[in-house]
Design a binder for this molecule. Structure first.
Ligand code: PHE
Length: 445
C-alpha cells in the first residue's frame, strides 16, 4: 500500500532545510511586507506572530505527525487514519497546491525578470510602467513558464537528488543574502523612520477584524500550512525524527526571515521617501517601490537590486517545489504514475492554469485571496479538528522520537479548542470579503 520503497530524506538537516525552504519564500518578503504596510505596521506584526505560535505551530506539528505516521501522501494519509469521509480534505489540499503554485510561479517569474533587469543595467525609467510590462502579458507568461520548468526539473529528480539537494544549496545562501541586505539597509541615511514605522506599536489597530483575518491568512501561507505541504514532506521522514523540535525550528526560522525581510524593506523605502507609494498597497507595491529605490541609489543600485531580487528567486524556488510535490506525491500514490511523468504532466497543467494570473494582476490578487482566506484556513481548520478530535491517539505518534517533551498536553488543547475557535472566527470574517472580491472581478472591467 504505497509505503514500500518510499523515498526518504538522506539526513535530518536535509528535511529541515527543505521544510524551512517551503515556509520561507515570497510570503516572507513580498506578502509580509505589503500586508504589514497595509495594516498599520507593528500592530499587524504582533497579531501575525501570535497567530503563528498559537494556531500555526500546533497545526504544523499536526501535519508532521500525520505525514510521518502514515508514510503516505495527503489524501491517502487522511484516509489511512480517518477513513474515506476525510478524503475530500485531502483533495482540498491537492487543489490548493495546484491553485497556489499557478499564481505563485507568476510572481516568481516577475522576480526572475527583475533580477535579470538589475544585471543588465538597473532600473531607470518609470517604475510603474515597467511593472505593467513585466507583470502582465506574454512576458509575464514566459517567465512563469521558465520558473515552472525549473521547478518541474527539480521535483522530477526526486526527494534526495532534487528537493533535498536544492534546499541544502540554496537556503544558506538565502539566509546570508537577507541578513546582508538588512545590514546594508541600516546604513542608508534616513532609514530610522522605516524602523519606527515597522516596530512602533499602534495599539488601536491590533484587534480589528481585518488585521486578524489578514494576519491569519498570512501565518498559514507563510508556514505553508493547511494544504499538506508539511504533511507530504514529513511522509518521507524516518520514525526517529523529533517532530516537536522540527515544528519549532520551522516556525521560528520562518518568523525570523519574515522579520529580517521587514528590516530590509521598510528602512529602504523610508530612506528614499517612498512610504506613500507602499501604503496604497496592492500585490504590485513592492515591485514598483523597490526598483525605484534601487534606481535612486546610484552606482550601488543595480548590484543591490540584483541581490534583492535574487534573494526573492532563491526563496521562491524551494516553496514552489513543495507546492508541486504535494500534487506530484498525490499523483504517484493515487494514480500510480512515476515521478517524472507526474512532475511534467502536473507542472504543465499548473502552468496553463497560471495564464490568467499572468495576464491580470487583479485576477492574481483574487486567486491569492481565495487560496489564503478560503482554502488554507479551511484546510487548517479541518486538519486541526481531524487530529484534535478524530485521529486515534495522535500524542503517542508525536511522542515517537520525542520522549522528553512536556508540551503535548498544551498542543492538544491548542489543537482542539484554540485553533478551531480562532479559525472559525477568521473564516466567518474573511468569507464575505473574499466573495465580494470574486464578484467584483467578474462584474468589473
Ligand atoms: N510558504 C511559502 C511562502 O511563504 C508559500 C507556500 C504556501 C508554500 C503554501 C507551500 C505551501 O512563500
Amino acid at each position: 500500500m504505497g509505503s514500500t520503497a518510499r523515498e526518504h530524506w538522506s539526513s535530518r538537516r536535509g528535511f529541515l532545510l527543505a521544510a524551512v525552504g517551503s515556509a520561507v519564500g515570497l510570503g516572507n518578503m513580498w506578502r509580509f511586507s505589503y500586508l504589514t504596510a497595509e495594516n498599520g505596521g507593528a500592530a499587524f506584526v504582533v497579531v501575525y506572530v501570535a497567530i503563528t505560535l498559537l494556531v500555526g505551530l500546533p497545526i504544523l506539528l499536526a501535519e508532521l505527525v500525520v505525514g510521518r505516521g502514515a508514510q503516505r501522501s495527503p489524501i491517502r494519509a487522511l484516509v489511512h487514519y480517518g477513513g474515506s469521509v476525510w478524503k475530500p480534505l485531502g483533495i482540498l489540499f491537492v487543489a490548493a497546491g495546484f491553485l497556489i503554485l499557478s499564481y505563485y510561479s507568476v510572481i516568481a517569474g516577475w522576480t526572475l525578470r527583475y533580477a535579470g533587469s538589475a544585471l543588465l543595467g538597473g532600473f531607470e525609467g518609470d517604475a510603474g510602467a515597467r511593472f505593467g510590462e513585466v507583470a502582465s502579458g506574454w512576458d509575464a507568461f514566459g517567465f512563469h513558464l521558465l520558473f515552472m520548468a525549473g521547478t518541474v526539473t527539480i521535483v522530477g529528480r526526486g526527494i534526495r537528488g532534487g528537493i533535498e539537494r536544492t534546499a541544502l544549496l540554496l537556503m544558506p545562501v538565502l539566509f546570508v543574502l537577507v541578513c546582508g541586505l538588512a545590514v546594508y539597509a541600516s546604513t542608508l541615511e534616513g532609514s530610522g523612520a522605516g524602523y519606527t514605522y515597522y516596530l512602533k506599536m499602534d495599539f488601536s489597530q491590533i484587534l480589528s477584524p481585518r488585521v486578524v483575518t489578514q494576519a491569519a491568512g498570512q501565518a498559514f501561507f507563510s508556514l505553508s500550512l493547511g494544504m499538506g505541504a508539511m504533511l507530504t514532506f514529513a511522509s518521507y521522514l524516518g520514525r526517529d525524527h523529533h517532530l516537536p523540535n522540527a515544528s519549532l525550528i520551522i516556525a521560528f526560522s520562518d518568523l525570523a526571515i519574515a522579520f529580517i525581510a521587514g528590516l530590509v524593506v521598510f528602512p529602504m523605502i523610508y530612506a528614499l521617501g517612498l512610504a506613500a507609494a507602499v501604503s496604497e498597497s496592492t500585490v504590485g507595491a513592492l515591485f514598483i517601490t523597490l526598483p525605484r529605490a534601487f534606481a535612486e541609489m546610484g552606482a550601488v543600485g543595480p548590484c543591490g537590486g540584483f541581490l534583492f531580487f535574487a534573494a526573492l528567486v532563491l526563496g521562491a524556488l524551494p516553496s514552489a517545489i513543495s507546492l508541486l510535490e504535494v500534487v506530484v506525491a498525490g499523483s504517484i500514490d493515487g494514480l500510480g504514475w512515476n515521478r517524472p511523468k507526474a512532475a511534467v504532466v502536473m507542472g504543465m497543467a499548473i502552468a496553463v492554469l497560471g495564464a490568467p494570473a499572468a495576464w491580470s494582476t487583479d485576477v492574481l490578487g483574487v486567486m491569492d485571496d481565495v487560496a489564503n482566506n478560503l482554502l488554507l484556513l479551511t484546510g487548517g481548520l479541518l486538519l486541526a479538528v481531524f487530529v484534535g478530535w478524530f485521529m486515534k491517539d495522535p500524542v503517542s505518534e508525536a511522542r515517537i522520537g520525542a520522549e522528553g517533551v512536556a508540551w503535548f498536553f498544551l498542543w492538544r488543547v491548542l489543537l482542539r479548542f484554540v485553533a478551531p475557535a480562532v479559525l472559525l472566527y477568521v473564516l466567518w470574517e474573511a468569507i464575505p470579503g473574499t466573495f465580494a472580491s470574486i464578484r467584483a472581478l467578474w462584474g468589473g472591467d
